[in-house]
Design a protein around this ligand. Structure first.
Ligand SMILES: NC(=O)c1ccc[n+]([C@@H]2O[C@H](COP(=O)([O-])OP(=O)(O)OC[C@H]3O[C@@H](n4cnc5c(N)ncnc54)[C@H](O)[C@@H]3O)[C@@H](O)[C@H]2O)c1
Length: 343
């Protein structure tokens, strides 16, 4: 059976996991190369994963024999140029979220990918998480009736060190964290977001404001068919990595995440009354694996990826609207048909 030759660009925390999964747990794929501007990191990763090829740039890796597809896991700012280059070289692409940092870039990428005739998947791996996937099946079967309210919480354990903000290579909270929930909102509610109103705070860490970022946010949503929603994101929850989502419908509710009958739950950095994951790589280990397996299978079977470039663009449009709402302290209307964001 033909194996898909895959290269991973950027072997930091996320790219390293994709490379390990491809090397060890996806029999239909062959990890043929890794690349990173940190050349030594690329070389070490290749040695540890027992593969021959490591490169200091995407351009170098694109020359590698047997390379069919590229996984892009560089910081956000470099996604657009990498997708463009990989598409121009005729490679299929799995790009980490966010697809790009501007709508213009994201639209250009969709055109470039379509012109090149390659496939593009965006890294919204929560869709592959067993609990989220099961929830979606029940929603589709009509078990909770018509979805009315979407609620989601996404909290990281530790905020990034200030030095991570300085190079300005990643998007702010809406692009790095909340974008997962923006995608879930569209997917689970089976509707498009039509209005966004964001509230943000830097109260416990005012230093991040100079980098255009925030520590926590709540974003209220309206959906096209009349449903409403609310998403909370928090960059430094201290007690753990905490992701929960609820979809409330006309006949019932589905809660993804922890829930029990204890009268109260106490969570702190010192200890919690509930078991809690402390990192996304642990909490979503199954999802990352299912995601990359599905990417490889989509390409080998010549089918459209389940999480498309269009999904990446639409979630990005909601993030752009949320950022504008945060900057202008007002609600923004979003048209995902025409890709416009106006107050
Ligand atoms: N889907 C998810 O759940 C999830 C989780 C974490 C991160 N991410 C995304 O993955 C991407 C990487 O995040 P991370 O946490 O692994 O970051 P990281 O800083 O740990 O790793 C980034 C790596 O990319 C390398 N790099 C930087 N610029 C490069 C370039 N131009 N070409 C090649 N390599 C380059 C760096 O040297 C580093 O090794 C980000 O876009 C982030 O938003 C997604």
């Amino acid at each position: 059976m033909r194996k898909l030759g895959v290269g991973v660009l950027g072997v930091g925390e996320m790219g390293r996991r994709h490379a390990e999964n491809l090397r060890r747990l996806v029999p239909q794929a062959q990890l043929v190369a890794v690349a990173d501007v940190a050349v030594e990191r690329a070389r070490l990763t290749a040695t540890e994963l027992e593969i021959e090829n490591s490169y200091g740039s995407l351009e170098g890796m694109l020359e590698c024999k047997g390379l069919d597809a590229v996984v892009i896991a560089t910081p956000d700012k470099f996604h657009a140029s990498a997708v463009r280059a990989a598409a121009a070289a005729g490679k299929d692409i799995l790009c980490e979220k966010p697809l790009a940092l501007t709508l213009t870039d994201a639209q250009d990428l969709l055109e470039a990918v379509s012109k090149a005739g390659v496939r593009l998947q965006v890294g919204f791996m929560r869709r592959y998480d067993p609990a989220y996937a099961a929830a979606m099946k029940r929603i589709e079967s009509g078990e909770i009736g018509v979805p009315v309210i979407f609620k989601s919480v996404g909290r990281d354990k530790d905020g990034p060190p200030l030095s991570a903000y300085q190079p300005n290579i990643n998007g702010m909270l809406f692009y790095t964290n909340t974008i997962h929930d923006f995608d879930l909102a569209r997917w689970l509610m089976q509707d498009e977001v039509s209005e966004v109103h964001a509230y943000t705070t830097v109260a416990i860490r005012p230093e991040v404001a100079q980098f255009g970022d925030v520590v926590a946010s709540v974003v209220n949503l309206k959906f096209g068919k009349g449903a409403i929603g609310n998403i909370e994101s928090y960059a430094q929850a201290a007690y753990g990595y905490d992701v929960r989502t609820e979809i409330v419908g006309s006949k019932g509710s589905i809660l993804i995440g922890s829930f029990n009958r204890m009268p109260a739950t106490f969570l702190s950095a010192q200890g919690s009354t509930q078991m809690i994951a402390d990192h996304f790589l642990t909490a979503f280990a199954d999802a990352y694996l299912a995601e990359i397996r599905d990417f490889v299978e989509s390409i080998l079977r010549d089918r459209v990826p389940r999480v498309s470039g269009e999904d990446g663009l639409k979630a990005l449009a909601i993030a752009v609207a949320a950022e504008r709402s945060h900057l202008g302290s007002k609600a923004m209307k979003v048209s995902l048909e025409r890709l416009t964001v106006v107050s």
